[in-house]
Design a protein around this ligand. Structure first.
Ligand code: R5P
Length: 289
């Protein structure tokens, strides 16, 4: 087995290769004069793990090109961050189901797909190959444990992230809750933990994605107003679009951390171990057949 990654998933691909004790294949990435992408890979093997987060149009095309280069091999596709997954239904007439379009495009010529904390697991039904979603909640729990905070309170920013926050909190047996929005007047909303108080607590807000940072920045300001001692933010996918990091820091958040599903300066923990576990399980199952 060998591992190969798109340009924006090089570090994660190498970590996965180390974890499954496989060789990483070198790739030359460049562009033709008209802007079309070109890739040339080193020698591939019969069994390939192709790793690529879809973070922009180029990373999507590179992934398709890598999959094509591996044609004829048994391919396990790892989509650490699947861009377009949030448009998982037609919200208005005339819209595509973008998650379905992307899932179909990348999974047609692969044998198996692995996603990480995909926004909605129902998206997996759109893959043409068997697909498995893994969670790095435990890894985020380990990161929080290493921070050695006194009696932290783990908070989900909304009901939708409550189960994820619970899985993170279980790692350390910490208190856990989710934030609720209450409308006070036409213009005023209050955001507070549903059951617990944030007063004098070290709060860690956890979510699957930080995109603009708006959700967590607003929540952090409210929590500090309610007397939280300090607020941290930890997510799986640090999309961090348009000044999100500075926005979060300006809101008073002590530390913002994400995984390496999208490689960022604040990637503090890796999804490699979790992904490698699934790849190795797949190998064992295949070996037993
Ligand atoms: C929403 O359902 C997601 O779980 C995140 O809460 C959302 O994508 C965060 O977006 P933003 O950082 O732009 O507030």
């Amino acid at each position: 087995m060998k591992v190969i990654g798109t340009e924006s998933s090089q570090i994660l691909a190498s970590r996965i290769a180390d974890a499954v004790r496989a060789e990483i294949v070198g790739v030359k990435f460049s562009k033709f004069p008209d802007g079309e992408l070109y890739i040339r890979t080193g020698s591939i093997s019969d069994e390939m793990v192709v790793v690529g987060s879809i973070v922009d149009p180029d990373s999507f095309v590179q992934l398709l090109l890598l999959i094509d280069t591996c044609e004829g091999s048994e391919i396990q596709l790892v989509l650490p961050y699947m861009g377009y997954a949030r448009q998982d239904k037609k919200f208005h007439d005339g819209e595509p189901v973008s998650a379905r379009a992307v899932a179909r495009a990348v999974s047609q010529n692969v044998n198996r797909c692995i996603t990480v904390n995909i926004h909605d697991p129902s998206v997996l039904l759109n893959f043409s190959a068997p697909a498995k979603n893994v969670s790095v909640a435990g890894t985020i729990g380990d990161y929080i444990a290493a921070m050695a905070l006194r009696d932290p309170l783990v908070l989900a920013p909304d009901d939708g992230a409550a189960r994820f926050a619970q899985a993170v909190a279980e790692k350390g047996g910490w208190d856990c809750d989710h934030l609720d929005k209450t409308r006070i007047s036409g213009e005023e909303v209050s955001i507070a933990p549903q059951k617990l108080s944030a007063e004098n607590r070290s709060v860690v807000i956890v979510d699957d994605i930080i995109s603009t940072g708006g959700t967590i920045a607003t929540a952090a300001s409210m929590l500090m107003h309610q007397g939280a001692r300090e607020v941290f933010a930890a997510c799986v996918h640090g999309v961090l679009s348009g000044g999100a990091f500075a926005r979060l820091k300006a809101a008073g958040i002590r530390e913002v951390a994400c995984s390496d599903t999208i490689e960022r300066g604040c990637s503090r923990y890796s999804a490699a171990g979790t992904i490698a576990g699934v790849i190795q399980d797949g190998k064992k199952t295949a070996g037993r057949r």
